[in-house]
Design a protein around this ligand. Structure first.
Ligand code: ADP
Length: 547
């Protein structure tokens, strides 16, 4: 017997209609490159998104065509988030921090037809334009000018007639957006989101036990809109009608803190490197900013060090919400909220759980596979995490070579090495290629990094594997000290000793000025491995650097 419910399609235009109908006067604020704030309402946003849709159609963009963006976080980018998918075309956000060679590869692979670009990114485009087949380029310009042969965004919108916008019959399963993984692991691969996945993801992100987003929130996505759709926050904000604040191009701690204070931000999100900088600024100037409106900082993309969670909480009364996800998961996978049972636990146990990656969000199923099959949920047995759900990719775009990332029974292999404890909380110990394999046992680089970063003298720490004649691999810690601090390798080892088995302790600790970062602000361990490729640890633990 069939259910007798309507076959209502879950699409992005339906979310935008709700926002313009019920939250027309809510504000969307953008920090402009010159530091001023641009503000308008959801009514303005919806009008302009529709005009963009009309204009794109007039330019010959058809359902299924890819329209790329090369932009920071701002209101025009939000218009593209909704205007492009509204006509059945596919929003393709390009990462502005990628090398031109990678951008050329990605634009060609996705076969992007049109590009929306920030004026400040034009030199970057110049570096790869001749290698791609973009038919048109639309410039979001600060001074109303566009180079010859390109269109100007405001001119385009002005010429478009909003009344020509018709809600097309979109199928919820059709593509709405695509993102390429930033290539931390191999060649960039395209993930294609359906309308349905984006709508479901918005709903599950908003749930109280996920990020608890609601109409009265003021959401400040610091994570770039080209990094897994700013973790879906712009979509979720529109669904619930929350005020949005976009940081624009300046992401230094002071500028971010200023915006959070001025706009009374309630929830923000970004990678740990951003928040490490913000915490340092707050520590230096504890009373300089009024952050009393802020109820949470979502930290994800890499493991949130325990010291970061503790530092915000204890020194500034601010709550870190630790989350794990992947581009392939739209992207939220787990959130480290505490269940009512865990809220009764002693403070140190609560902190331990908040520093894990957390419980899966609704409709994300998990299991972990070790060398001998699926591992028990005992908090000890490590395995590669596999997931499935309605917001999880079932394939990469035109990438048959990556078919082995999916299991025969339809799960996605995350490449993350985890333990799962009895409640179902996961803890990420490493990416499979970063885990240190010492004498047949695995050492978690993430756990060592966390512990090192809890030392008051340490600003950043990354741990990598180096070859070892007896144990195959041993850990090498690469450490950046906070300005004006000193500490010896032996002192750092003493700091780690109480928390780890002896054989986990790094054999060597190298002090450096900076750790190389990826385009989305994660430690670039491949570059570190390259940098320290000549590092050798001898069987008796002596270290040397043979050139
Ligand atoms: P990329 O694959 O290019 O790095 P993603 O941003 O999609 O792009 O990265 C997803 C990966 O980031 C995850 O597989 C995981 O290894 C890591 N990650 C994300 N969030 C966390 C977290 N909270 N703790 C540890 N690792 C994380």
């Amino acid at each position: 017997m069939d259910g007798l419910m309507m076959d209502y399609q879950l699409t992005l235009p339906a979310m935008m209609r709700r926002a313009e109908t019920f939250f027309a006067r809510k504000e969307i604020v953008t920090r402009l490159p010159d530091g001023r704030f641009h503000r308008y309402t959801y009514a303005d946003f919806a009008r302009r998104a529709k005009k963009l849709a009309v204009a794109l159609k007039q330019l010959g963009i058809r359902p299924g065509d890819r329209v790329a963006t090369l932009c920071w976080n701002h209101h025009q980018h939000l218009e593209a988030y909704f205007g492009i998918p509204a006509i059945g075309a596919v929003l393709h956000t390009l990462n502005v921090r990628l090398h031109p060679d990678d951008l050329a590869y990605i634009v060609n692979h996705a076969e992007d037809r049109l590009l929306l670009i920030d004026q400040s990114m034009l030199p970057l485009l110049e570096a790869f334009r001749s290698r791609v087949n973009l038919e048109r380029v639309v410039v979001i310009s600060e001074d109303g000018e566009a180079p010859e042969g390109m269109l100007e965004y405001e001119d385009l919108l002005q010429a478009a007639d909003e009344s020509a916008f018709h809600n097309s019959d979109l199928d919820e399963r059709q593509a709405a957006a695509m993102c390429y993984t930033s290539g931390t692991t191999g060649k960039p691969k395209g993930v294609v989101y359906s309308h349905r996945a984006l709508v479901l993801h918005s709903m599950l992100s908003a749930m109280v036990d996920t990020l608890a987003l609601c109409e009265s929130d003021v959401i400040f996505p610091v994570v770039p809109m080209f990094h897994a759709n700013a973790w879906g926050l712009p979509f979720t904000a529109v669904l619930v009608g929350a005020k949005l604040v976009f940081p624009g191009p300046h992401l230094d701690a002071g500028t971010l803190l200023e915006a959070m204070e001025a706009e009374r931000v309630t929830l923000t999100a970004g990678v740990p490197t951003i928040w490490l900088g913000v915490l340092q600024t707050l520590d230096e100037r504890p009373r300089a900013y009024d952050l009393s409106s802020l109820r949470g900082l979502v930290v994800g993309g890499s493991a949130a060090p325990k010291a970061l969670i503790q530092g915000f909480q204890e020194r500034h009364g601010l709550k870190v919400i630790h989350a794990w996800g992947m581009t392939e998961m739209t992207p939220l996978g787990t959130v480290a909220n505490l269940t009512s049972e865990l809220r009764q636990a002693p403070a140190d146990v609560q902190l331990d759980y908040r520093a894990k990656q957390g419980l899966p969000v609704p409709f994300v199923e998990i299991r972990a596979r070790g060398d001998r099959g699926i591992v028990p949920w005992d908090g000890q047995s490590m395995g590669e995490l596999e997931v499935r759900g309605p917001c999880v990719a079932r394939a990469y775009y035109n990438a048959p070579e990556a078919a082995d990332r999916f299991t025969e029974d339809g799960w996605f292999r995350t490449g993350d090495i985890v333990t799962i404890e009895s409640h179902g909380y996961i803890e990420i110990h490493d990416r499979s290629k970063d885990v240190i394999k010492s004498g047949g046992e695995w050492i978690s680089s993430v756990a060592l990094e966390n512990a090192l970063m809890s030392h008051p003298a340490v600003a950043e720490a990354a741990v990598i594997a180096v070859p070892h004649p007896k144990w195959q691999e041993r850990p090498l810690a690469v450490v950046v000290l906070k300005e004006g601090h000193t500490v010896t390798a032996e002192e750092l080892r003493a700091h780690l000793r109480p928390h780890f088995p002896k054989w986990w302790l790094p054999d060597a600790i190298a002090f450096v000025e900076a750790i190389p970062k990826t385009s989305v602000g994660k430690f670039r361990k491949s570059a570190l491995r390259q940098q320290f490729r000549e590092y050798r640890i001898s069987a008796d633990g002596e270290t040397s650097e043979d050139e």
